[in-house]
Design a protein around this ligand. Structure first.
Ligand code: NAD
Length: 312
């Protein structure tokens, strides 16, 4: 599929990442944004990121950073982005009405072969694409942030999406080095955020009930569960902790059910528990005014982990 055109709509955090992923495989990407200043900032930032990826040995594909960068064009004209593109990745803010409006415009410009893909984190593909003439060509490709270091991408078709659209989206994501995961049914939060929020909910209850401090709760993840989850999920962990799943059931299923039944109902995070979390986490992560420093620390570790996983 190389040396074809892809359109990216929205040049913020995620639009920049998708642009870099697509050019890494030799595609020509035309990025559209309503803000000229965003487009200018995006080009500068992408170049900076390409330089950093090269120095870390994490540049994807066979092209040099200069060749990848040359394949990026920016535009304030939606038509220039859309016409001739076989795949369109929309990365505008998470507002249903805005996404619907953008896709209605795109829908009027494309042919029946174009794939329309949204980066939405939580809006259902059927809610965005309902009413579009080409709704059978619509799909969600939801990346994990930052996509270069956490490659899992949830691919969520609507019930009317052509199977061929799902197959081609999978093939494209794999080609650019991502790890696509099929979400077979539309469900709020897809899968990544459902799991993330389940963890967050239980951690919150444990802190609220005085069982553990916020810092210690984070340690359980960063020095315990998270260490093995960097390489395998909960089911392979269980499989290896016993002699396969049936042995795991015989040993642990009753205990697990009992503990799960003691989980409380969901609660909106707020009030004194949230104050406690904010104050305790600020002691390790630093004050909010200086959050950039800790983000740099996080990014360095993510890069080191991505290298380790690549070299295994
Ligand atoms: P962002 O705010 O960084 O960027 C959005 C961009 O869209 C801006 O450049 C803005 O100027 C542009 N824009 C606004 N209206 C537009 C329009 N009508 N046409 C074209 N461009 C327009 O947002 P982001 O973090 O890149 O998020 C984009 C999408 O990706 C959202 O749906 C978000 O939920 C999803 N997403 C975000 C993350 C994350 O961690 N940030 C992760 C996965 C998915």
């Amino acid at each position: 599929m190389s040396s074809q055109k892809i359109g990216v709509i929205g040049s913020g955090l995620i639009g920049r990442s998708f642009t870099m992923l697509f050019v890494s495989a030799g595609y020509k990407v035309v990025v559209f944004d309503i803000e000229q200043s965003q487009l200018e900032a995006a080009k500068k930032d992408i170049w900076k990121q390409l330089v950093a990826l090269e120095s870390q040995g994490l540049l994807r594909g066979k092209l040099t950073k200069e060749q990848q960068f040359e394949n990026i064009t920016t535009t304030s004209d939606l038509k220039e982005c859309i016409l001739g593109s076989f795949f369109i990745q929309e990365c505008v803010p998470e507002i249903l009405e805005l996404k619907r409006k953008v896709w209605r415009e795109v829908d009027s410009l494309i042919d029946a072969q174009t794939i329309m893909s949204s980066s939405t984190s939580a809006l259902l593909p059927s809610a965005i694409s309902e009413g579009l003439k080409h709704k059978n060509r619509f799909i969600v490709s939801h990346p994990t942030n930052p996509p270069f270091y956490a490659p899992a991408t949830e691919v969520v078709p609507a019930r009317w999406t052509d199977p061929e659209v799902t197959e081609r989206t999978f093939a494209l994501l794999k080609e650019v080095g991502q790890v696509p995961v099929l979400i077979k049914k539309e469900v709020d939060g897809f899968v990544l955020n459902r799991i993330q929020y389940a963890i967050m909910g239980e951690c919150y209850r444990l802190i609220r009930d005085g069982v553990v401090s916020p810092q210690d709760c984070d340690l359980i993840m960063s020095q315990g569960l998270g260490v093995r989850y960097a390489f395998m999920g909960p089911f392979e962990t269980a499989y290896l902790n016993a002699e396969g799943m049936y042995s795991y059931r015989d040993r642990y299923a009753d205990m697990i059910l009992g503990i799960q039944q003691s989980f409380g109902p969901p609660e909106r995070m707020d009030g004194p528990t949230l104050d406690l979390i904010q104050q305790d986490i600020a002691k390790v992560a630093g004050p909010v005014e200086d959050i950039g420093t800790r983000r740099q620390w996080r990014d360095k570790r993510l890069i080191a982990l991505a290298k380790l996983k690549r070299d295994m």
